[in-house]
Write a protein that binds this ligand. Structure first.
Ligand code: PLP
Length: 400
């Protein structure tokens, strides 16, 4: 083998702690490593591979566009970007779309837009950003400061000002902070990285009402919860609460890097030409792949399949929980599922990950105490059953 995990430490910045195995190939919800060992993929590249690995229609879209036009810059518009924007507008509350390359960039655009729109409309003082404790919004310095996890934002010097944090699912805590100077409230309808915690409907309805009362814009960060993961195209549809701005990325490109910010015409008009931008954002290669991904995700059988697959996985996980006294709670929505470990196993989500990989199944952590599942939306029942049998063996190891 030409390279191994040891080369990571030799050549790369040590900001990740990658696993010992090096995957080389994927197909559907299966992945193989350098040694040819097979894994069932319940992690989906952190909720990114929404249609599994090397989906034939995505490969075809990539290949076709790859032979046509890769990049042209935003000095020009391009057909795949226009087509994807139109599709997103037709399927959501949004009237305008901005493309970028990642979740952090989508949130950066959302936050900059919210502040600019608020300041232009109500004056310089209206710039306060309110965000939930334990939230995750990306790693640029603005988004990581807005995120409610000091372990990610501390240690880089002075932070952008005007950011305050409330308790998730606690309306009184938001009510204590929101006022006429609030530009926006940003919230994940399901906290992903923070431990797979869905918002309650009453909470999101209350947040919407408070935003309306104080003329603050409501941003839903659907980077992880969006693009079919809950069984609706976006999670806001499940809650029946409509934001002013929605950011997304991860599953949108099915593995090809792309992010998007969706909003209304009335809010969008504040980002006039020259106020924001990106070199790659909306490039034809990314938007051609994402356009195909969204066309597959929005098929009724894909979205209804999410519900059936979610139930199958949750039932399997419940059976494992009944057998091994490790699991405190199974929660989440659709195919974003979190397994909270019991207090005796606190801090051991990584051990589960490692045991699972040894048994031939890839799962994720969401913090030290939660094992996260974010498989392909089109994972087959056979792949689910094979993966669950391996997950059971991993949990058996934990109690052994
Ligand atoms: C992953 C994630 C981000 C950051 O996305 P990147 O593509 O890593 O920049 C932002 N918000 C949420 C909710 C996420 O899950």
């Amino acid at each position: 083998m030409p390279f191994s995990r040891a080369d990571y430490d030799q050549y790369m910045v040590p900001n990740y702690a990658p696993a010992a195995i090096v995957p080389v190939r994927g197909a559907g919800s299966r992945v193989w490593d350098q040694a040819g060992k097979e894994y069932i993929d319940f992690g989906g590249g952190i909720a990114v591979n929404s249609l599994g690995h090397c989906h034939p229609e995505l490969v075809a879209a990539l290949t076709e566009q790859g032979n046509k036009l890769w990049h042209i810059s935003n000095v020009f518009t391009n057909e795949p970007a226009l087509a994807l924007a139109k599709t997103l507008v037709e399927h959501t509350f949004a009237e305008r779309v901005f493309f970028c390359n990642s979740g952090a960039e989508a949130n950066e655009a959302a936050l900059k837009l919210a502040r600019r729109a608020s300041i232009e409309k109500y004056g310089e003082r209206k710039n306060k950003v309110l965000s939930a404790l334990n939230s995750f919004h990306g790693r640029t310095f603005f988004t990581v400061s807005v995120g409610g996890q000091p372990k990610y934002s501390d240690g880089f010097g002075p932070k952008p000002a005007g950011i305050e944090h409330f308790k998730y699912n606690d309306l009184a805590s938001l009510e204590a902070l929101i006022d006429d100077d609030t530009a926006c409230v940003i919230i994940e309808p399901i906290q992903g990285e923070g431990g797979v915690t869905p918002a309650t409907q009453e909470f999101l309805q209350g947040v919407r009402a408070l935003c309306d009362k104080f003329n603050a814009l409501l941003i839903f960060d659907e980077v992880q919860s969006g693009n079919g993961r809950t069984g609706s195209l976006y999670a806001y549809m499940d809650f029946g609460v409509v934001p002013d701005i929605l950011s997304t990325a991860k599953g949108l490109g099915g593995g090809f890097p792309i992010g998007a910010m969706l909003t209304t015409e009335k809010v969008a008009k504040h980002l006039v030409a020259g106020t924001h931008g990106t070199t790659y954002g909306g490039n034809p290669l990314a938007t051609a792949v994402a356009g195909t991904a969204i066309s597959i995700i929005t098929r009724p059988e894909t979205l209804s399949g999410v519900k059936a697959k979610s139930e199958r996985i949750r039932a399997g996980l419940q059976a494992i929980a009944d057998k091994y006294p490790v699991v405190a709670e199974i929660r989440g929505m659709g195919l974003l599922i979190g397994v909270q470990l019991k207090a005796e196993y606190a801090g051991r989500s990584r051990d589960v990950l490692n045991a699972a990989a040894e048994e031939g199944v890839l799962v994720l952590a969401a913090g030290p105490d939660v094992v996260r599942f974010a498989p392909s939306l089109v994972i087959s029942d056979d792949e689910i059953d094979a993966g669950l049998a391996r997950v059971e063996k991993a949990f058996a190891r934990l109690v052994a």
